[in-house]
Design a protein around this ligand. Structure first.
Ligand code: NAP
Length: 310
């Protein structure tokens, strides 16, 4: 029996080596060279893989996302019916995202864009000192990534709020849920951070209505998915100053076309979906363990809840 890997060629080979380091007995096939379809028992795939293609494998027991997000696996036609899908919950992914959020919170809190502009103009000018306890941070999504980022920010002294689907208690974080909760949190968020999964409920959630609820001159940080943000609404809010600046790691589509306004926008800081990159050596043990469990008929780890969409 074999594990099918599907992503960019260079990354596939990296994954192959990482999985074999954990279990040298595995047979690994690199898509599109799947070999005998009846031998494929697990598919470890990233965003470009066509879910319809996975219906070719009659003995498939498990599908694994190569990242924390699974929106690419759930979009139509979705995974083959009855096959469980697992995502990665990985310390290195969580750590990297925490760093990226901290980088951008501090960039905005410490007026870094303004100081860079002053430097470019060779102007020696002191701006009013920012007060940490007065910079309120609202995090959309307090899952693996959001709750870790919240912990880092509370330790620095920022007042942190978080919004979730279900009511949730997180130490040191003021929590909200539901539509009313979102409006209440947005109204107090000097910096809004999006770390939600992309689902039918969360697509386009950062729109003109939500942005207009933020305090004037708030900042947006999106490390989740490009589909969360309505780009035209964000650009309009940047134009009026309702949003002072945005840090964006994710876009729709990716790569972002060269003529998109974000590339040269003075108030947009971009990274190319690189906030948190899967390191196969770190992720491989949980994939191998999940495969063992699937073979043994045991409960799987980090399973996607199809009804919730993440
Ligand atoms: P997670 O553990 O599943 O947490 C998701 C959080 O979002 C939970 O707190 C959940 O609420 C909340 N949520 C989901 N739907 C909601 C809704 N309709 N309304 C309000 N809250 C909702 O996910 P994660 O591991 O933190 O990852 C989050 C996302 O980050 C991934 O899905 C992926 O898209 C993105 N990501 C991006 C990168 C990158 O490099 N840019 C890397 C990794 C991941 P409950 O607590 O009530 O369930």
């Amino acid at each position: 029996m074999a594990v099918l890997l599907s992503t960019k060629a260079a990354t596939m080979d990296w994954w192959r080596r990482a999985l074999l380091a954990v279990d040298p007995g595995l047979t690994i096939r690199l898509f599109p060279d799947a070999g005998d379809p009846a031998e494929i028992e697990a598919a470890v795939v990233w965003t470009a893989h066509d879910m319809a293609e996975l219906r070719r494998y009659p003995n498939l027991k498990l599908i694994v996302s190569m990242g924390a997000g699974v929106d690419h696996l759930l979009r139509p036609p979705g995974p083959p019916p009855g096959i469980p899908v697992a995502r990665l919950v990985d310390r290195m992914l969580t750590t990297q995202m925490g760093e990226w959020v901290l980088l951008n919170v501090l960039r905005f809190h410490r007026q870094d864009l303004d100081y860079r502009a002053l430097q470019a103009a060779k102007r020696w000018e002191e701006l009013p000192a920012p007060v940490t306890a007065e910079t309120r941070i609202g995090i959309l999504g307090l899952g693996e990534l959001g709750s870790h980022a919240a912990g880092l920010l509370t330790r620095l002294g920022f007042p942190v709020m978080g919004w979730t689907r279900r009511p949730k208690v997180v130490d040191g974080v003021q929590t909200f849920h539901g539509a009313d909760g979102l409006a209440a949190m947005a109204a107090q968020s000097n910096i809004l951070v999006c770390l939600l999964p992309l689902t039918p409920e969360t697509r386009g959630i950062v729109d003109a209505a939500l942005l207009s609820r933020l305090p004037k001159g708030a900042f947006l940080i999106n490390g989740a998915r490009g589909g969360h943000v309505v780009d035209a609404d964000l650009l309009a809010a940047l134009e009026t100053g309702q949003v002072a600046a945005a840090a964006l790691d994710v876009f729709q589509p990716e790569p972002l076309p060269a003529d998109h306004a974000y590339w040269s926008h003075p108030k947009v800081v971009m990274t190319p979906h690189a906030a948190s990159i899967t390191i196969p050596e770190s992720a491989a043990p949980q994939v191998v363990e999940n495969l063992r469990r699937a073979r043994a008929g045991e409960a799987l780890m980090n399973l996607v809840d199809f009804s919730a969409g993440y």
